[in-house]
Design a protein around this ligand. Structure first.
Ligand SMILES: Nc1ncnc2c1ncn2[C@@H]1O[C@H](COP(=O)(O)OP(=O)(O)OP(=O)(O)O)[C@@H](O)[C@H]1O
Ligand SMILES: [Mg+2]
Length: 162
C-alpha cells in the first residue's frame, strides 16, 4: 500500500433561514471565486439558486438588477475585470443544445460560470469545481456545497471558516 496522506475534498452544509441568508451566503462565496471556475447549482424550482447568484453578484460589487436567465438561458455580467455567465438550462429539451447554442465557448479560463439546472446539459457540460445543492427545509432552505477540484476546495474551505 502506498503511504500517502489522503486529502478528501471538503463539503459544507448549513441551513438558510430566509432569503437574506441565501444572499449572505452568496456574498461569502463571492470572496473566493476566481476566473476559470464552474459551479453547478442544483435544486428544484424556487429552491433559491438565482437568489444565491444575486448574492454572489452583490458581493462582487454589481449593483444593477440580476434577472433570472430562465427565458434567455444565459445572462452575462462584466464586474470589474471578471466575466461572469449565469446559465439556466431548465428549458433545454436536449443536452445537445449546450453545443448548438455555443455556450461551451463561454466557459474557459477567462470566465466564471454559474449553471442552474446542470442536469439538463449533462454530460456535455464542462466539469464543475463546486456543486451546490439547495432544498426546501422547514420555512427556509438547506444548502450543501461540495468541492470537486482543488480550486473548488479552496472555495468551500473559505465557507467553513467564515
Ligand atoms: N433561504 C431561503 N428561505 C426562504 N425563501 C428563500 C430562501 N432563499 C430564497 N428564497 C426565496 O425563494 C424564491 C425562489 O428563489 P429563486 O428564484 O432564487 O429560485 P430558483 O432556484 O432560481 O428557481 P428556478 O429553478 O425556478 O430558477 C424567492 O422568492 C426567494 O425569495
Ligand atoms: Mg433560477
Amino acid at each position: 500500500m502506498p503511504h500517502h496522506t489522503l486529502h478528501p475534498l471538503p463539503h459544507f452544509e448549513c441551513h438558510l433561514d430566509d432569503e437574506a441568508a441565501t444572499l449572505l451566503l452568496g456574498t461569502a462565496l463571492s470572496q473566493s471565486l476566481v476566473t476559470g471556475m464552474i459551479i453547478y447549482l442544483y435544486g428544484d424550482l424556487g429552491a433559491g439558486k438565482t437568489t444565491l447568484v444575486r448574492g454572489i453578484l452583490r458581493g462582487l460589487g454589481y449593483t444593477s438588477t440580476v434577472k433570472s436567465p430562465t427565458y434567455h438561458l444565459v445572462e452575462a455580467y462584466s464586474v470589474f475585470n471578471l466575466n461572469l455567465y449565469h446559465f439556466d438550462l431548465y428549458r433545454f429539451k436536449n443536452a445537445l443544445e449546450w453545443e448548438e447554442s455555443g455556450f461551451s465557448d463561454y466557459c474557459g479560463t477567462e470566465s466564471l460560470c454559474l449553471i442552474e439546472w446542470p442536469e439538463k446539459g449533462l454530460p456535455l457540460l464542462p466539469p464543475a469545481d463546486v456543486h451546490i445543492h439547495l432544498n426546501e427545509q422547514d420555512d427556509g432552505r438547506s444548502m450543501r456545497a461540495v468541492a470537486l477540484t482543488p480550486l473548488g476546495a479552496r472555495c468551500v474551505n473559505k465557507l467553513i471558516i467564515c
